[in-house]
Design a binder for this molecule. Structure first.
Ligand SMILES: Cc1cc2nc3c(=O)[nH]c(=O)nc-3n(C[C@H](O)[C@H](O)[C@H](O)COP(=O)(O)OP(=O)(O)OC[C@H]3O[C@@H](n4cnc5c(N)ncnc54)[C@H](O)[C@@H]3O)c2cc1C
Ligand code: SF4
Length: 485
């Protein structure tokens, strides 16, 4: 374990952020890494608990405590404390293909379930994870791992988000000929086009893609499977050409707000707004769409999750006059009751870095209609709601807005096109039906993982599912598998 008395002697010390006024001037990452000494001190706090909930129970059921990819946290904490960073990196990569993604943007359920969190003082696991992998890249320890022998089997993966990337990397390392099809110009899915650069810069994806290309993965960009535009491919062709197909296309159907005035100009889905800014940052053409910009406007973001926060940070960087975030749920408690919630993920007040940059947050608010002038949105007409989401008479109010961003989540994958053409079975929620044992869909050699299978979720779950789906495909193709879980 780390230092036996470390947790008694050393306080939690988390990475700091650059000041708000400074970071709002650009789209780069603004988290300031700890020094090597401070990171090792933090690792020294780990108690190597007998039952370390932080690294997860191994169960794949949603809502189980700890790390969904089962990072072996006490082990890498000890290696960091000892200064054996290279071995820590080997250990970390044995469970997680892309710790540089999770080390930046994971909500860290591991920290919620750390024993030291019983008094609000968990080990800085995410910070340590990020430090290990960043150091590994800086020192050139992360080389392509080319399979020693090829199997002669071909696998197609549709979608290059974290689920597709993890599946592709695992399958290539098992010796299969892997082809990733992506409708956009670059790989990464929501990592590239949803999550803003200030949370994760995109060169971080590029170097992984280069590693995967060197491992034999072929990426086909601008190819919409089941789409109608030029270059699209009928998904049934993939079934003829490949021994197995993995559907990892995410959950892209956004939840709408069909209330009066919804058709006014200036009301957009978050995922029409955020990708534009990411493309601007990387000088990728926006295509045939109108610019959606927040500069000089009063902005209202409807929805309180990660996507809403990303809209806030992006709007403020674009120079919005004000940003208000509306959430229909009541304001959560400042502190959870640890006796009831630990080691599970608790409901409590959290303030994201973007919210801390200057958003006004309103809870228990329902938007009843939009109104505007000359076809352009000018106002939201809102009301406060009770704990059953029923409007409370007399609490009506109006908010000025020239830009409204709908960030209320995603209902399920897009059905039109690929899924309908394939005729794959869907579950009750409209996601692709496949279980978490073999990831098989209703079609014989078609598998599915990530948000397309489980519905909107987290990057760490997408990585987990991509890895397990690869294992299931390897087992299906070869009759046996040595790929880790
Ligand atoms: C704005 C935003 C912010 C988020 N922030 C966080 C965060 O901070 N932390 C976190 O853990 N999670 C976050 N999430 C959730 C996380 O990004 C997703 O859970 C995760 O990316 C899902 O991975 P995936 O590989 O299943 O799908 P996706 O990342 O959605 O990737 C799917 C890919 O498939 C492609 N595709 C789809 N259909 C086709 C087709 N027919 N042909 C070809 N290509 C196709 C898409 O273009 C896309 O590139 C956020 C989500 C959003 C929208
Ligand atoms: S992937 Fe997420 S849950 Fe797992 S160790 Fe890293 S921060 Fe924690």
């Amino acid at each position: 374990m780390g230092k036996i008395t470390g947790f008694l002697e050393i306080d939690r010390n988390e990475r700091k952020y650059a000041p708000v006024a400074e970071r709002l001037k650009h789209y780069r990452e603004f988290v300031i890494p700890l020094s090597e000494k401070d990171t090792r001190d933090q690792a020294a706090r780990c108690m190597n608990c007998g039952i370390p909930y932080c690294h997860g129970t191994g169960s794949v059921a949603p809502g189980t405590p700890g790390c969904p990819v089962n990072n072996q946290i006490p082990d890498f904490n000890d290696l960091v404390y000892q200064g054996n960073w290279e071995e820590a990196s080997r250990n970390l990569h044995s469970t997680n293909n892309f710790p540089e993604f999770t080390g930046r943007i994971c909500p860290a359920p591991c920290e919620a379930s750390c024993t030291l969190n019983i008094d609000d003082n968990p080990v800085t696991i995410k910070t340590i994870e990020c430090a290990i992998v960043d150091r590994a890249w800086d020192n050139g320890w992360l080389k392509p791992e080319v399979a020693p022998a090829k199997t002669g089997k071909k696998v197609a993966i549709v979608g290059s988000g974290p689920a597709g990337l993890a599946a592709a990397q695992q399958l290539a390392r098992a010796g299969h000929d892997v082809h990733v099809y992506e409708k956009f110009a670059k790989a990464g899915g929501l990592l590239r086009y949803g999550i803003p650069d200030f949370k994760m810069e995109k060169h971080i994806i590029d170097r992984r893609v280069a590693q995967m290309e060197a491992e034999g993965v072929t990426f086909h960009y601008g190819v919409h499977i089941g789409g109608t535009l030029q270059g699209a491919i009928d998904p049934r062709e993939l079934l003829n050409q490949y021994d197995a197909v993995a559907l990892t296309g995410g959950a892209e159907a956004g939840r709408d707000l069909p209330i009066p005035g919804r058709d006014l100009d200036g009301i957009h889905f978050a995922m029409d707004f955020l990708p534009q800014q990411n493309r601007r940052v990387s000088s990728e053409p926006l295509g045939d769409v109108k610019d959606i910009l927040a500069g000089g406007k009063h902005v209202v973001v409807i929805g309180g999750g990660d996507t809403g926060s990303d809209c806030i940070g992006t709007s403020l960087r674009q120079g919005a006059k004000s940003v208000t975030q509306l959430e229909i749920m009541p304001s959560p408690p400042e502190h959870e009751n640890k006796g009831v919630t630990w080691p599970n993920w608790p409901l409590k007040m959290r303030t994201s870095s973007s919210q801390a940059e200057g958003a006004i947050r309103e809870y228990a608010v329902l938007t009843q209609k939009f109104s505007g002038v000359d076809g352009k949105v000018q106002k939201l007409h809102c009301v406060k709601v009770d704990d059953k989401f029923k409007p409370i008479a007399g609490t009506e109010f109006e908010l000025e807005a020239q830009l409204v961003l709908l960030a209320m989540g995603f209902v399920h994958p897009v059905h039109e096109g690929m899924l309908k053409t394939l005729g794959v079975d869907l579950d009750q929620r409209g996601n692709v039906r496949a279980n978490m044992a073999d990831y098989k869909t209703s079609l014989p050699n078609v598998f599915s993982a990530g948000d397309m299978r489980r519905g909107q979720s987290l990057v760490v779950w997408a990585i987990r599912e991509g890895r397990l789906c690869a294992r299931a495909i390897d087992q299906y193709l070869m009759g046996t598998t040595t790929l880790p879980r």
